[in-house]
Design a protein around this ligand. Structure first.
Ligand SMILES: Cc1ncc(COP(=O)(O)O)c(C=O)c1O
Length: 386
C-alpha cells in the first residue's frame, strides 16, 4: 500500500467549477470565483474583506508592505517555520529577527522575545531601534504551526508594549479560532495570512489571502497586487505587482471551502488516531494543541522525546520502505544558508526539538485502511525499539 503525506482532496465540485471558467472564458484574474472565494475566506476569518493573492508567501509580503514594513525594519519570526515566512519578510525589504519557540507549543516564545528586545533595542522616536544593526523593530509574525491556535491576547499585549504590527502566518490554519471561538481576523492582530497551496487543508492549486478588520489595508493590498492601477485606463500610481489569484484557482478554492467542515473533522480524527498511538509508547507524544482556541490539525504525527533522536530518521526510513511517505520536518530557518547571519535569539528549544518532530500521513482523503496501515507499521517499528 502507498500512503502519501498530504495530497489534495478534489472530489467535490472542483471539475464542475473549472468547466464553468472555461465555458465563461474567465480563466484569468478577473472573474466571479475570485470575488466569491475572497468573500468566503473573509467570512471564515471573521472579517468583512480579504485580498486574495497568488500564494501564501505573497500574502505575507503584501500584508507587511501594506502595513508599511520594509527596508530598514526588523520583523520577529520564529525560526521553527517553513522558509516562506522569513522569505516574505526579505521580499518586503525588511530583515528577520529569528526567535526561539516554546517547548510547550512550538511557537514564538514571547518571554525570549521580550528579553531580546529589552537587551538589544533602545527606544527611539519611531519605536524600538536595534542597537547593533540600527534597524527598527516594526512587526512580529507568529506562526500557527501545524494549524495550532495561539494565545492571541498575549501576542497582542506584547505587540502593544513594543508598538509592533502583528502579521499572523496562518498558512495552514484556515478554520482555526482564538480563545472564546474568536475567528482569527477578530483576535486583535493586524493581518492574518493564509496559503492554499496543494498540501494545505483546502487548496486552490496555489494561492493565498490576507484578511484584516482594517478594510483600508485590504484595499491597499488589492491595489498593490493589481499593478497599482488607478481607474480603468492604463494609469498606475505606484510600482506594484501582478500577484493576483486567477479565476481558475479561485474556482477550485470555492469548491474546497464547501467541504471545509468535513476536512477539518477528518484532520481531527487523524490527529486523535496518532495521539492514541503515541500514548502507547513512552518516548512518543502527539503534536501540541493549546488548551484555548480551536486548532485545525493541518499536520499530525509524533514527537519523540527519548535519548536517541537518530531513531526519528530510522523511523522515517522504515516507513518509506513500506510505502508510507514520512519526511524530515522543516529545518529551522537560522540553520538555512540565506539566514545564517540573521539577527537571532538563543535557539535552545528549536535546536532540541526540530529533528524529533515526525509528521505522518494526514491527507483529508486518507482512508481508515490507510490509517490502520500507518499505525500498524509505526507500532511495528516502535515496539522493536523497546
Ligand atoms: C508556515 C507557512 N508559511 C508560509 C507558507 C507559504 O505558502 P505558499 O506555499 O502558498 O507560498 C507555507 C506553505 O507552504 C507555510 O507552511
Amino acid at each position: 500500500m502507498k500512503v502519501p503525506l498530504a495530497v489534495p482532496n478534489l472530489e467535490g465540485r472542483e471539475a464542475e467549477y473549472l468547466q464553468e471558467c472555461v465555458r465563461s472564458t474567465f480563466v484569468s484574474s478577473a472573474g466571479p470565483f475570485v470575488t466569491r472565494f475572497g468573500d468566503q475566506i473573509a467570512a471564515l476569518s471573521g472579517t468583512e474583506r480579504a485580498a486574495v493573492t497568488c500564494s501564501g508567501t505573497v500574502a505575507l509580503q503584501m500584508a507587511l508592505e501594506g502595513l508599511g514594513v520594509g527596508a530598514g525594519d526588523l520583523v520577529m519570526v520564529p525560526s521553527l517555520t517553513f522558509i516562506a515566512s522569513p522569505n516574505s519578510v526579505r521580499h518586503s525589504g525588511a530583515d528577520v529577527w529569528l526567535t526561539d519557540c516554546t517547548a510547550r507549543d512550538w511557537t514564538l516564545d514571547l518571554d525570549v522575545a521580550r528579553e531580546a528586545i529589552e537587551v538589544h533595542t533602545e527606544p527611539d522616536s519611531r519605536g524600538r531601534r536595534h542597537r547593533t544593526t540600527g534597524q527598527m523593530l516594526s512587526a512580529v509574525m507568529p506562526v500557527m504551526i501545524m494549524g495550532a491556535s495561539l494565545d492571541f491576547d498575549a501576542i497582542v499585549r506584547f505587540a502593544r508594549d513594543y508598538e509592533l504590527r502583528v502579521i499572523v502566518d496562518a498558512a495552514a490554519a484556515i478554520g482555526a479560532a482564538g480563545a472564546d471561538g474568536a475567528p482569527l481576523g477578530a483576535t486583535g492582530v493586524d493581518a492574518v495570512c493564509y496559503s492554499f497551496n496543494g498540501n494545505k487543508t483546502i487548496t486552490s492549486g496555489g494561492g493565498g489571502a490576507v484578511t484584516s478588520l482594517d478594510s483600508d489595508l485590504v484595499d491597499r493590498i488589492d491595489h498593490l497586487v493589481t499593478t497599482g492601477r488607478v481607474g480603468s485606463a492604463y494609469e498606475h500610481d505606484v510600482v506594484a505587482y501582478n500577484f493576483r489569484m486567477t479565476n481558475v484557482e479561485a474556482a477550485i478554492g470555492v469548491a474546497q471551502v464547501e467541504r471545509l467542515p468535513d476536512f477539518i473533522e477528518r484532520k481531527r480524527e487523524v490527529f486523535e488516531r496518532y495521539a492514541a498511538f503515541a500514548a502507547r509508547h513512552p518516548d512518543l507524544s502527539p503534536f501540541p494543541t493549546p488548551a484555548d482556541g480551536r486548532s485545525v490539525h493541518w499536520f499530525s504525527g509524533v514527537f519523540y522525546s527519548g535519548d536517541d533522536p537518530d531513531r526519528c530518521g530510522d523511523f522515517a526510513a522504515f516507513m518509506v520502505d513500506r510505502g508510507i511517505d514520512v519526511r524530515p520536518f522543516w529545518k529551522p530557518v537560522h540553520l538555512q544558508a540565506p539566514y545564517r547571519e540573521s539577527v537571532r535569539t538563543s535557539m535552545d528549544v528549536t535546536e532540541r526539538i526540530w529533528e524529533r518532530i515526525v509528521p505522518l500521513p494526514c491527507s483529508t482523503g486518507i482512508t481508515d485502511a490507510e490509517l490502520d496501515y500507518v499505525v500498524a507499521c509505526a507500532t511495528e517499528f516502535w515496539n522493536s525499539q523497546d
